[in-house]
Design a protein around this ligand. Structure first.
Ligand code: SAH
Ligand code: SF4
Ligand code: F3S
Length: 467
């Protein structure tokens, strides 16, 4: 009988990507199929996130919920991976002794061996080491199945296996980890230092995806613009050159990347926006705060003015670019004046859709030691004000798109109405519109006819290509 795998993913796109890789590796080695019902699973995995306190606590409550399933199915194995596992592996083993395997973001390729060792020895297994970039050398090649396209690489899957159905858009990880050590953040501790994948490996992954019909690539990493990849002749290549090389590949029609750091936003990279139309007019460039005092305490290594200078140069290269950001509100010592500086920066830059969070002290990070005397109600009030302003700015962009014709990659059926299609614009807006399912995975032109909160409504104008 085919064994079933249930994975619950918390956290960022890196974790989403890793969960797909866990499924790939277990499909290739154990012939497992994914299920969305934990009750029917033979293996249940939690891919965890520890960026904020709430994300971490959720794992333990979810673990408690699946524990009774073990009584009904004695062979069921439960695994915990991701960033909580990486930082708190021992704690998980103690607090939830029924967990069978614990593994980190850099050891997920060893899952089949860990599960087998658990079955053979009857003892829980843990591997949360950082074996550099080894992970990528042990993962099956990317395989996709896009409706209307039948080409498959065949290298990764056992015969007869049905690959995941996707949309013409795919993620490719180009680097792992982070070496910035912002004072509030756990990522360098959970994922290790920045390591870039070799240039040829990235290009090879993209070529395979394109051969399967993928048209849009998102390059993925904690700080993609710190990319420094080895070439085959022993040289290295930076992110600006990587972008140009990827854009030059036939079949790559649209190119995105996330996340990037202002410190690594070189003029060479900014210039790519002027010369590379395939690169989208959307950049997620988290600023975190608009106060230089707080930025220094966060160890972000830029000032608000330097950030604005980057934005000015980006807009010179690409006038219609939408800039989005992450914000942390209520960092220790943030005064009303610091917060006003953030609000001013928001207006100066005109940020589009952004994420904002209340500061959450993380064990083991330097900021967790700082004195933090701002009352929680004050922090929450600041967050609400910031979010309301960002919402207004988002709506301004939405309104400015009304009546325009947008190039949209059709990603699937709409979440709200299965009779409608959903696609994404260049500036990362979801558009719902009427159309037939043969358009999934293709570019179309859609006229923007309305706005419903965070999504747009459109009318199909043109199919941009043959099947
Ligand atoms: N590498 C990216 C973001 C990584 S984490 C960058 O540097 O911009 C995603 C976001 O989580 C961060 O941008 C930050 O806004 C938020 N974050 C990280 N640690 C946090 C903490 N301790 N409390 C609240 N938000 C946090
Ligand atoms: Fe965390 Fe800073 Fe690295 Fe982003 S750059 S992952 S916020 S340490
Ligand atoms: Fe969370 Fe780890 Fe991503 S802490 S945000 S899953 S890198």
């Amino acid at each position: 009988m085919i064994k079933k795998l249930f994975i619950k993913t918390f956290g960022c796109q890196m974790n989403e990507y890793d969960s797909d890789k866990m499924a790939d590796v277990l499909r290739a080695c154990e012939g497992m199929e994914r299920t969305d019902r934990p009750e029917e699973a033979d293996v249940i995995l939690f891919n965890t996130c520890s960026i904020r306190e709430k994300a971490e606590e959720k794992v333990f409550s979810d673990l408690g919920r699946v524990r009774p399933l073990k009584q009904a199915k004695p062979g069921l194995l439960i695994g915990v991976g991701g960033c909580v596992a990486s930082q708190e592996g021992e704690v998980i083993m103690k607090r939830a002794p029924y967990v069978d395997v614990v593994f980190g973001p850099q050891t997920l390729h060893r899952l089949p061996q860990l599960l087998q060792a658990r079955r053979d020895t009857g003892r829980p297994q843990m591997d949360i080491s950082f074996p550099e970039i080894e992970k990528f050398d042990h993962l099956p090649a990317p395989v996709l199945n896009i409706p209307g396209h039948s080409i498959m690489s065949g290298r990764a899957l056992p015969q007869g296996e049905v690959p995941q159905i996707t949309s013409g858009a795919a993620f490719v990880s180009i680097m792992e980890g982070c070496s910035k050590y912002c004072t509030y953040c756990v990522v360098p501790y959970t994922r290790g230092e920045e390591i870039s994948r070799p240039f040829a490996d990235v290009i090879c992954d993209i070529e395979e995806l394109v051969a399967q019909g993928v048209k849009e690539i998102t390059l993925l990493g904690q700080n993609v613009n710190a990319y420094c990849g080895a070439t085959e002749d022993g040289d290295t290549l930076d992110f600006a050159l990587l972008l140009q090389a990827v854009a030059a590949l036939d079949g790559v029609e649209r190119l995105r990347y996330t996340t990037s750091h202002p410190k690594e936003m070189t003029q060479r990279l900014i210039d790519v926006y002027a010369t590379t139309p395939k690169l989208v007019s959307h950049l997620h460039l988290p600023v975190q705060s608009g106060s230089d005092r707080i930025l220094a305490a966060m160890k972000r290594s830029y000032t608000a003015l330097e950030y604005k200078s980057i934005v000015r140069r980006l807009r010179a290269a690409r006038p219609d670019i939408c800039i989005t950001s992450d914000f942390i509100v209520g960092f220790p010592g943030e005064t009303e004046r610091d917060f006003e500086a953030t609000m001013k920066l928001i207006d100066d830059v005109g940020f589009d859709v952004s994420f904002s969070y209340l500061y959450s002290p993380r064990p083991g990070t330097p900021a967790a030691e700082l004195n933090d005397d701002t009352p929680p109600e004050e922090k929450s009030a600041r967050l609400a004000r910031l979010q309301a302003r960002i919402d207004e700015l988002e709506q301004q962009v939405n309104q400015s798109m009304l009546g325009t014709v947008q190039r949209v990659l059709v990603e699937g059926v709409s979440k709200k109405d299965a009779l409608e299609l959903a696609g994404r614009t260049d500036n990362n807006r979801v558009v719902n519109f009427c159309g037939t399912s043969d358009l999934i995975g293709r570019f179309v032109e859609v006229k923007i006819a309305g706005v419903v909160r965070h999504t747009l409504r459109g009318e199909l104008i043109l199919k941009l290509e043959k099947s």
